[in-house]
Design a protein around this ligand. Sequence first.
Ligand code: PLP
Length: 443
Amino acid sequence: MTRILHRQIHATLRTAVGGKGVELFDRDGRRYIDASGGAAVSCLGHGHPDVIAALHAQADALAYAHTSFFTSDVAEALAERLVADAPAGLDYVYFVSGGSEAVEAALKMARQYFVEVGQPQRARIIARRQSYHGNTLGALAAGGNAWRRAQFKPLLAETHHIDPCYAYRYREAGETEADYGLRAAQALEDKILELGPETVMAFVAEPVVGATAGAVPAVAGYFRRIREICDRYGVLLLLDEVMCGMGRTGTLHACEQDGVVPDLMTVAKGLGGGYQPIGATFLSGRIYEAFAKGSGLFQHGHTYICHPMACAAALAVQEVIARDRLLDNVQAMGAHLARRLGERFGNHPHVGDIRGRGLFMGVELVEDRGSKAAFDPARKLNARIKHAAMDRGLAVYPAGGTIDGIRGDHILLAPPFIIDAATVDTVVERLGEAVDAAIAQAA
Ligand code: PLP
């Protein structure tokens, strides 16, 4: 009996009671390797003593102060640190309580920027299909998952979607990756010209697509061309790194690997590593100056922005990542995970693609490798894999169903940055057994 409106009303959930390192424990004494960090959240694993100590100290000193009266040392210190490590030009940061709020804030910053600089006709958003930017109304409007949007469409801001850069599904036979990247980016210019450049406010994209497609990075050159196109037409580039950011791909920000600096960038999950709910929106000095010289305010805000406990958790998480050189481990263990997945699934008759960056890897399942035909969604393969994996002491994040005509089942792996090689081996071994068992069941 529960009084919570859970997402899946008829599902029976196991009860988590503890966690240590890469493992979670349930009430029945079962242990699970947290191989997706929930939804790419738990970057430091569970029960990290330094983060717990920082939370205790912050709770003793100051748990909360409203931002219309006060700032706090911990929020200022976190901002200082994040901006110092951000791509050059992202000079300011705004703290919220999660990813959707970070995207909402970014969209409002984009809109207010154009009002401040005298281009109020710019209000349209361009985003990509098979993307996810959150569940609040602004973020949902930007997201390109037709199923999630369908019933809420009458409430959503005007957004136009183009195809994502998803080489496994969209690259044509004989087309080089470079040519494909330019063709995929061209869709943005075509859409801007179709809508009228003077009406377009922002282009929104995840550098590595997470929840809807399973760790799909763009091909080299795609985002550089996207940046050029945005500059050509005065459109703001908003990169959503809520899932792929904060070290997950082996660099602090995923866009570093694409060689671009956005005008706005959102982060969340790995920022606080799950120890507190926190997200952030980075903004360029140009946007900040427009507000500062114009109205002198950002017309937005929530009760919990800059929450001291959330900032203390994030500061501690980021300090541990830097002190323990954990991004080196993300790169090394990411390469090891990619190798092991290749060995286990490279010739698997039902694995079409293995992709990702760092400790952010996706495995795409297909009924037929030749035609890339997906499994019938009615067979609920990804849900079966989730259950089969949990029965084997492994928590992984599966996704699937039909998204804008592309059917598919994916498994997303995003283990804590502290994982070691032996645990990676166990993850792949258990995942292999779970995938085979689920496919046999779904037959
Ligand atoms: N943006 C991206 C890329 C995400 O993956 C998510 C969540 O999965 C969000 C935004 C929304 O974040 P939250 O669930 O914290 O609101």
